[in-house]
Write a protein that binds this ligand. Structure first.
Ligand code: CTP
Length: 315
């Protein structure tokens, strides 16, 4: 007899390399299948054996999955072949995966065992986003595009439905301390996660302003950003520390941002970040500006791209 949905524990496993909103959407759908979501993440060695090298290290990939708001538990070092014993060990009745075939190094289906046992459910893969496609955009950016944002080549179709599914749909409650941060949040990575976590800790409702593609390009030049503002908004919304986003926030923090829709109590910047004086002038004059120093990661979008270029012969 099948357990009621709320008592089902769902198992998902994968590489989650350069975790993007397609991965997050997979985890969202898996979480909806039951009451508790356990995500197994493969180690670097296991992925190397079955698929090839990763861009992100296992520690970075574990942290990225743990920061996703639909994930209840992360299991590091998960095997490529999903066995019934392994799922039982974590109390999971059902294994979920996207509607694509995932094979081991020898070509066999990673999910054959759970499929044969009738313990396999499928969700839809998200069209228009994959690690391979994002790497393609980054390489295009460094080679051919020069001064055009690589985001302009995105094949993803951002729909209102996707935004609704990712939204927390919650306003700040009276008396809640509202925190505001802004940025590009391109190729959402562990550096962003650490920053958002530290910012959220200064209040209880975190709003993230995301600059549009033109604003990011003006700031960083070259072919930045790699992802469109809508894609970057989804990447930020899937993060457990985030309550709301502005899709296309102004480069300079204005009175409107601080007062029009909500009342911002604290604006948080990153220590050592190079910005024009005017960007934080208003919150500074109001005495509501503060800075955090993310402790664990000094990763930036440029670091991610540098790694890919360094490894490019391997992809
Ligand atoms: N997934 C998805 N939609 C995408 C990409 C991945 O639903 N656009 C799902 C996969 O089906 C899987 C989970 O995310 O259930 C983890 O995927 P992962 O093992 O990291 O591998 P890939 O499918 O190779 O993802 P990508 O192509 O982006 O590397």
């Amino acid at each position: 007899r099948q357990k009621p949905k709320s008592e089902l524990r769902i198992w998902v496993d994968g590489c989650f390399d350069m975790m993007h909103f397609g991965h997050a959407n997979a985890l969202r759908q898996a979480k909806e299948m039951g009451g508790y979501l356990v995500v197994g993440v493969h180690s670097d060695a296991e992925i190397l054996k079955n698929k090839g090298p990763t861009v992100m290290t296992e520690q970075e990939r574990y942290a990225a999955v743990a920061a996703c708001k639909w994930v209840d538990e992360v299991v590091p070092n998960a095997p490529y072949l999903t066995s019934l014993e392994w799922m039982d060990k974590y109390g999971c009745q059902i294994c979920a995966h996207g509607d694509d075939v995932t094979t081991m190094a020898d070509g066999s289906d990673c999910y054959q065992l759970v499929k044969d046992a009738g313990r396999y459910w499928e969700y839809k893969r998200t069209q228009g986003v994959s690690t391979t496609e994002l790497v393609g955009r980054m390489l295009l950016g460094t080679n051919e595009l020069k001064d055009t944002p690589a985001a302009s080549t995105s094949p993803f179709l951002p729909t209102s439905q996707k935004l609704i599914q990712f939204s927390s749909a919650r306003d700040p409650l009276p008396g809640e301390k509202v925190v505001y941060v802004h940025g590009g949040f391109d190729l959402f990575h562990v550096g962003h996660i650490e920053f958002l976590k530290a910012a959220k800790a200064l209040g209880s409702y975190l709003i993230v302003g995301i600059h549009d593609d033109v604003t990011v390009n003006k700031k960083l030049g070259g072919s930045y950003p790699i992802m469109t503002v809508q894609e970057r908004a989804l990447s930020v919304l899937q993060c457990r520390y985030v309550d709301e986003v502005i899709i296309g926030a102004p480069a300079v923090i204005t009175k409107d941002v601080l007062e029009k829709v909500w009342t911002v109590d604290v604006v948080v910047g990153k220590k050592g970040e190079k910005v024009n004086d005017e960007v934080y002038a208003l919150p500074k004059s109001l005495g509501i500006y503060t800075e955090v120093e993310p402790e664990l990661s000094d990763m930036t979008t440029v670091t991610v791209i540098d790694r890919i270029i360094a490894n490019r012969q391997l992809y």
